[in-house]
Design a protein around this ligand. Structure first.
Ligand code: SAH
Length: 213
């Protein structure tokens, strides 16, 4: 599959749709315009890649809906050079969006099939994640901590303590919390001990699964 002027046009349109839905961060909208989402999907979905919808990516997982990617990315307040940890690499699309926003992205995936495919795809597209890891995201990446922000792209029944511990003071953890459906939740680390909690309404994610590598 190639990236063409037609795809670019569809991306510009998608960014416009997301703006209408309330995404205001210019850095997020620029990343949506830049990253060729159709190249992260099976070619049979090419015609739909720029609709604001989630799609299957194999191993029973989904690429998040663009609005969700944009909403979470906006909450992170990414600045150039920020160290960002992503839990649930999946297709790598969210990873790519964060990279396009100037972040140094560390990402963890627990499905080996997806980990392998995405580890090959990203460099092929010229997208340089700092570190892609195969393992259990509940544990985070203590060796690379602390992070300016952490994004979880699967529904978490509870907020993993390890992720809170790996956040810098002033940093943000953005995580959908819940089983059937999730409440988008943001924790801002105020100091060593205190976190401020914000909630942003309902979303639907595949579950964050523990320890089944
Ligand atoms: N960010 C991805 C979203 C993929 S869906 C994208 O843009 O495509 C969520 C992903 O989280 C799935 O790939 C799933 O395998 C992964 N996941 C679920 N539980 C996990 C865990 N404990 N650790 C790491 N990844 C996990």
């Amino acid at each position: 599959m190639k990236d063409t002027a037609k795809h670019q046009g569809l991306r510009n349109q998608l960014a416009g749709i997301l703006e209408k839905k309330g995404i205001t961060d210019k850095n997020v909208l620029a990343a949506i315009k830049k990253i060729p989402r159709h190249l992260f999907l099976n070619s049979s979905f090419e015609d739909y890649a720029y609709q604001d919808k989630a799609f299957p990516i194999g191993a029973g997982q989904t690429i998040s809906q663009p609005y969700t990617v944009a909403f979470q990315s906006q909450l992170l307040r990414v600045e150039k050079g920020h160290k960002v940890l992503e839990i649930g690499t999946g297709s790598g699309y969210q990873t790519a969006v964060l990279w396009a926003m100037g972040a140094n992205v560390y990402s963890i995936e627990r499905q080996n099939e997806l980990f392998k495919a995405t580890s090959l795809l990203l460099p092929k597209l010229g997208i340089r994640a700092k570190h892609l890891s195969f393992g259990d995201g509940y544990k985070g990446l203590p060796n690379f901590a602390p992070f300016d922000s952490i994004i979880v792209t699967a529904g978490a029944p509870v907020i993993p303590q390890a992720l809170m511990a790996q956040l810098k003071v002033g940093g943000r953890l953005v995580i959908p919390v819940g089983e059937e459906h999730q409440i988008m939740t943001m924790l801002v680390r105020k100091n060593e001990k205190q976190f401020e909690k914000h909630e942003f309404g309902e979303f639907r994610f595949v579950p964050l699964l523990e320890n089944k590598n």
